[in-house]
Design a protein around this ligand. Structure first.
Ligand code: PGA
Length: 294
């Protein structure tokens, strides 16, 4: 069988598929004598008949049946190989357009840097936007992937959780509740709260927790970013809850983390893409990268 060619296997597979030499010749744009000659060579190489003529019909022998399965398997493996090569070439010069919600900017550039070092040929771009703008871009299917803390409910998307996103309550280090254990939500609600803007995923998660106990919080101040929230907390203007990711670069002790009932709120970071969008090889590679344990 070593001298069998892929062409012979392809011809035989076509005969097996169509049950006819003529149709096999037609589909492969070959002449009948070529098909017959290649079949003779293949039969010699196998050392057993592959087809039988019953009336006008071509029927596979047992060996022919096995060879047809084997040929299909070989072609599947070759297809896979071809796809891998194409994908690798794609990764050598692909493009990845990423959008991160503001709070994700505390970790997204670091991940992207690591990814870029692994795939230097992929041109990456990162846009950081507020939730409203992110949702608008998803709806228009403009980018490859969106990183956010709460997948949109109003748009059809594929959302994959890739990292924990716990929310903790922060206060100035000299806050009277610092060091107190099991602070009740009612007590916490009595503090001046600094809230994110309407529509923020962080804000929604905090409101949901309080609403579960029938408690509403009236924010003392509303601020448009986690960074502004942190500055206001440090200035002693009130307390708030932020993603632990937003505290990564701060020295321990700069904020007091209050031990409150219901906190940390367990959340996740999601990579989201509009459903129906076929991911590019670069987007698939980034997704695999995000799901690596870290
Ligand atoms: P946000 O989103 O910046 O809108 O709060 C992040 C999150 O949902 O955690």
């Amino acid at each position: 069988m070593r001298h069998t060619t892929f062409r012979q296997l392809e011809i035989f597979e076509a005969i097996a598929r169509h049950g006819s030499f003529t149709r096999a010749a037609d589909t492969l744009y070959l002449t009948q004598p070529t098909v017959s000659m290649q079949m003779r060579k293949l039969t010699d190489a196998v050392g057993a008949p592959l087809v039988e003529q019953i009336g006008k019909k071509i029927v596979l022998t047992d060996a022919g049946h096995d060879l047809a399965l084997t040929a299909r398997e070989i072609f599947r493996i070759l297809d896979r190989f071809e796809m891998t090569v194409a994908e690798r070439q794609g990764l050598a010069r692909g493009r990845l357009r990423l959008v991160a919600i503001t709070t994700a900017s505390y970790f997204a550039p670091r991940l992207l840097g690591e990814f870029s070092r692994r795939y230097p040929g992929i041109e990456v771009s990162l846009r950081v936007s507020n939730r409203e703008q992110v949702l608008a871009s998803i709806a228009e299917n403009l980018d490859d992937l969106y990183l956010l803390g709460q997948p949109p409910e109003e748009i059809d998307v594929v959302a994959t959780a890739f990292m924990d996103n716990p929310l903790v309550v922060i206060a100035a280090p000299d806050h009277p509740l610092a060091g107190t254990r099991a602070i009740s939500l009612a007590r916490l609600a009595a503090e001046p709260w600094l809230a994110r803007e309407e529509g923020s995923g962080t804000r929604k998660a905090i409101e949901r927790l309080f609403a579960g106990l029938g408690i509403g919080i009236v924010p003392r101040l509303e601020l448009g970013s986690t960074e502004a929230i942190k500055q206001a907390v440090l200035a002693g203007l009130g307390i708030s809850a932020v993603s632990t990711q937003a505290l990564n670069l701060h020295p321990p002790g700069q904020f007091a983390i209050l031990e409150a009932e219901g906190f940390p709120i367990v959340r996740h970071w999601y990579a989201v893409s509009p459903s129906g969008r076929t991911p590019s090889p670069a987007a698939r590679a980034f997704m695999d990268f995000l799901l690596e344990p870290r």
